[in-house]
Design a protein around this ligand. Sequence first.
Ligand SMILES: *Cc1c(COP(=O)(O)O)cnc(C)c1O
Length: 454
Amino acid sequence: MDKVLSWPEIASLQQVTGQMVLKNAVRTVLASLRKNLADDEKYELSTQYITQLIQQQIATDETPSLRRVINGSGVVVHTNLGRSPLADAAKAAILDTAWGYSNLEFDLERGERGERYVHADRLLCELTGAEAALVVNNNASAVMLALSCIASGREVIVSRGELVEIGGSFRIPDVMRQSGATLIEAGTTNRTHPKDYINAITEQTALLLKVHTSNFAVVGFTAEVGTEEMARIGKKSGIPVMVDAGSGCLVDLSRYGISGEATVQQYLQAGADIVTFSGDKLLGGPQSGLIVGRKHLIEKMKHHQLLRALRIDKLTLAALEATLRIYRDERKAVTEIPTLNMLTISQEQLSGKARSMMRRLKELLPTGFSLSLKDGFSSPGGGSFPLLKLPTFVIEVAIEGMTPNQMELLLRKTTPPVVGRLQKDRFMLDVRTLNNNDIPLLASALLQLTEKKV
Ligand SMILES: *Cc1c(COP(=O)(O)O)cnc(C)c1O
């Protein structure tokens, strides 16, 4: 190690990278060379070769771990790819807030300490018609806070058909246990009736909970109790009703041909006392958990110990407020919020987008790349509409001398990485989730494949 560090071409690198980065890179390269030698492989160990390996290692180490990715998968709210891309106004709000100090917890009118929660509360109430609102880190926190506050040490009734697991680590029975509430199951997996709730109510019941089944669907011989009916049952017994709406949509998507998702407003109008939902699923904002509903319940949550551990960060709050502001005009929401725009875009617009993307890619790529436009299907993702397939256009890409599998693998290593879709042994990119600004970067990533830069 000391010997390699003393080579002039290596020693000079320290000026640029600093000591720690250089030493780590040398250590990693030497360890890998030693291992390969132990495996009895023949290697040419010239100074020049080792220097080159160290430079490559430095470049690898200096690449940010979290980086931008081009989403050609066709999954709009892709949980593994950061869910919702933000609207321009939300990005600008983040930058503006990050730039300097802000009135995060300072009341500018009165010149005294204020509350961070006010920045999104009023908008949420205006948009949903709720009495009160509160925002936390994500919907999992929202559910946890609400349950801890309303039902700790008491019982919560949930339909058996709604005891879902979302994304591995959020399971309703586990969340319930964590919150200190006791889960009481009502009904069966496929059918739950009003009498199942009524019969499960005891002195100990603190809450009736409805959970959006999100990533799965119960089909066939099924029955579920709607929010309105649950609210009627709750009211009769003086028990509040809460809905974990999952995606939480503020716009009625049936107007755009996507039916089956109730809006947050509809849950509240149906009589839900509390509705919780995610900020980064169908809403199209940053990761956050939104709670709306009755003032006395939300006030209780605002004073709960747990809130401090779940509190929302100022950059998130900036993006959330900006996103919610766009919703004040629905026409703006469906054009300016990328997630909503990708979901509601008409076939005609999508076809125009596809043809213009094809034209630009063909201009940017040499022969040897074969591009063709085909029909396909995209999915909303994010646990919403699990059965829905949205008709779309895909760009099928083929490269001479490369299999679709090789292409898929190598494109994950380009700058920026590209995530596409392999289907029937073809590699394709879904136009719906591609952004117009992605096209030059996409062309450059594809060129890196043929230029052997990955
Ligand atoms: C997604 C989802 C959650 C978890 O929300 P996060 O914002 O990811 O914490 C909880 N409940 C339901 C029904 C969901 O769909």
